[in-house]
Ligand binder design. Structure first.
Ligand code: ADP
Ligand code: MG
Length: 238
């Protein structure tokens, strides 16, 4: 596990600034929710941390290491997207283990990690199924399992629950939180759902137009929003 430090981070697409000088310190083991309206730069920021978008200005540190220019696979971070794609022709077990094979993890170690992740996520009975034979929630667990087996320094979630129905969302929220408590892995969790942020995160960072409006513990933001934007965002119904 590791801390993630963003220093004066900036990014533009063409001539349009999208990330405009962001400073965030994420402690080792902390669960930080990144919230804000559509288009404010949440996904771009997460993709920059993951190495899927280049950095135009500033620094990204993983622990003490500056990773601005590191290839995604060298960052030791695991990302879970909203539109996670499982390999349809592979079993759950192979979906979980595939990335490890590519990483060169020995087969017996890979099998051990797959078993462990499957147990953690309640997928133990489903290892021989294919994605088409799973429910939406089960597929989402497999997507998380693929991140967990890698034993990364940090998890990066980009609205992982937004394709699930309301009931399942509530359940997965609880499961992801429990998972974090168990594994203690540093987590950056992007969501536009303030209830998710309020109930899951140690700290919430509110973004607006590529800058941090306010960052603090959920209750701190709720009790003392810095301005009407934060108040409106935190206080509005899901
Ligand atoms: P969010 O995830 O908060 O909804 P994004 O990070 O996806 O926001 O997008 C932030 C802004 O950057 C938006 O205005 C979006 O249109 C723009 N943007 C995102 N990706 C690209 C890209 N690859 N090329 C050009 N503009 C982009
Ligand atoms: Mg997004």
């Amino acid at each position: 596990m590791a801390s993630i430090t963003l220093r004066h981070l900036s990014k533009q697409f063409g001539s349009t600034p999208v990330i405009r000088g962001i400073d965030i310190d994420i402690r080792d083991g902390e669960f930080v929710a990144l919230v804000g309206p559509s288009g404010c730069g949440k996904s771009t920021l997460l993709r920059m941390i993951a190495g899927l978008e280049s950095v135009d200005g500033g620094d990204i540190l993983l622990g003490e290491r500056r990773i601005n220019d590191a290839a995604p696979r060298d960052r030791d971070l695991a990302m879970v997207f909203q539109n996670y794609a499982l390999y349809p022709h592979m079993t759950v077990a192979d979906n979980l283990g595939f990335g490890l094979r590519i990483q060169g993890v020995p087969a017996d170690e890979a099998a051990r990690r797959v078993r462990q992740a499957a147990d953690t996520l309640g997928l133990g009975e489903l290892l021989q199924r294919r994605p088409s034979q799973l429910s939406g929630g089960q597929r989402q667990r497999v997507a998380m399992g693929r991140a967990i087996v890698r034993q990364p320094q940090a998890f990066l979630f980009d609205e992982p629950l937004s394709n699930l129905d309301a009931k399942l969302r509530v359940q997965m929220r609880t499961e992801i939180k429990a998972l974090h408590q168990r594994l203690g892995t540093t987590t950056v969790y992007v969501t536009h759902d303030q209830v998710e942020a309020m109930t899951m995160a140690d700290r919430i960072v509110v973004l607006k137009d590529g800058v941090v409006e306010q960052a603090g513990a959920p209750l701190e933001l709720y009790d003392r929003p810095r301005n009407a934007f934060v108040a409106g965002f935190i206080g509005s119904p899901a």
